[in-house]
Ligand binder design. Structure first.
Ligand SMILES: [Zn+2]
Length: 372
């Protein structure tokens, strides 16, 4: 099982300089390879393989680009691996073999979109507590210790929102425990973030609203500044930082929820919502809307195996809200505005809370699908 931990770094100005250099070299190699691919396709030739391009680059490197020797070689290797992956993703997406949204043809990386990132192979870094050692860069401070124990597979160092970060991939030597918890269904809410079949309500995060107001204010501030001016550049950095904060806050809310769920439940039942359709739905809770559902699902799938838990998504068209959890009668008249309702079945007449009832139906349907 592979897990990644992203940690903020505190490089010295000299080290930050080396990072910029490595990221710049990685960007150069990526663009060099992409140019070679585009030229080959324009000439009607076969698509060159990223590995062949890397070898070609290595051959001409000493004569044509001697400055690329200043950075660790894994930054260059990683750039060609990323390029190969981007090309593969594009063709897989075009053939419809890739889940999710369609991927465009790789584009050139621009310095204008930030310093970027570069790869560090596992033989070029060591981790000891809060200290990270990278070859050619030296020791540097990490704001927290690596969360996982296991074999380090590699790492990516990137610049984002004014900070340098390292994402370390670790292969866990971990046998998942047998989970003894109950099955729990989750209904992602409109008023609240989520309601579970156990009756817990996870409230909507109000601080997110405040942060989003800040983003809007900073966006207006950027729009007022003259294009290309120093003031605009400063405002853009502030806006990027605010965007990053919102993304972190959203993820944090979801991380707390998903960790709690996989620890408590042996089976987590969720709705397999149409992610694209969700994005259009402004009624959903702030942390879930704007693609947050995909993140929620990703986190659950990521964490469940380690906890010995199982995630089951029920069908998109299963009427989880409209079905009475006591007798199974479907109430076709239920509208979105009805937060509570009475079962129309004369033999049942159960008084139901909309979200709790939906969460229980999701749980039961997930248990049925899992066949446990
Ligand atoms: Zn009923």
């Amino acid at each position: 099982m592979i897990r990644a931990h992203t940690i903020r770094l505190n490089p010295t100005p000299e080290q930050a300089n080396l990072f910029r250099q490595a990221a710049g070299t990685a960007r150069f190699c990526y663009n060099w390879g992409l140019r070679a691919i585009k030229d080959a396709l324009d000439r009607g030739e076969k698509l060159p393989h990223a590995r062949a391009l890397r070898d070609e680059f290595k051959r001409i490197r000493a004569a044509a680009y001697p400055w690329t020797f200043q950075v660790g070689k894994s930054a260059i290797e990683g750039a060609f691996v990323n390029l190969g992956q981007a090309v593969t993703n594009f063709f897989a997406s075009r053939r419809g073999r890739r889940k999710g949204k369609r991927v465009g043809f790789p584009t050139f990386k621009s310095r204008r979109r930030g310093y970027g990132s570069f790869y560090v192979a596992n033989d070029r870094l060591t981790v000891d507590g809060h200290t990270l050692t990278v070859s050619k860069v030296g020791h540097l401070n990490m704001t927290e210790a690596l969360r996982f124990t296991g074999k380090i597979l590699g790492a990516t160092i990137r610049y984002q929102a004014g900070w340098w970060w390292i994402s370390i991939q670790v292969e866990l030597d971990h046998t998942p425990p047998t989970h003894t918890g109950p099955a729990i269904g989750v209904d992602l809410g409109i008023k609240s973030l989520a309601v579970t079949s156990e009756g817990e309500v996870v409230e909507n995060q109000t601080h997110l609203k405040a942060a989003l107001r800040t983003v809007k204010r900073l966006q207006r501030s950027v729009n007022r500044k003259v294009k290309g001016s120093a003031n605009r550049r400063k405002a853009v950095l502030k806006l990027a930082t605010a965007h990053f904060r919102v993304a972190c806050q959203r993820k944090d809310v979801l991380h707390k929820l998903t960790t709690d769920l996989v620890q408590r439940a042996s089976l987590v039942g969720i709705e397999d919502l149409n992610v694209a359709g969700m994005r259009k739905n402004h009624c959903l809770a702030q942390a879930i809307s704007d693609g947050g559902f995909a993140e929620f699902r990703r986190q659950l799938d990521d964490k469940a195996p380690a906890a010995g838990s199982q995630v089951v998504a029920i069908g998109r068209f299963y009427p989880s809200s409209k079905t009475c959890n006591h007798c199974g009668q479907v109430n076709a008249d239920l509208t979105l505005a009805m937060r509570e309702w009475d079962c129309p079945n004369p033999d049942c007449r159960a008084h139901l809370d909309r979200d709790l009832n939906a969460a229980r139906n999701i749980r039961d349907e997930a248990v049925r699908l899992a066949g446990v």
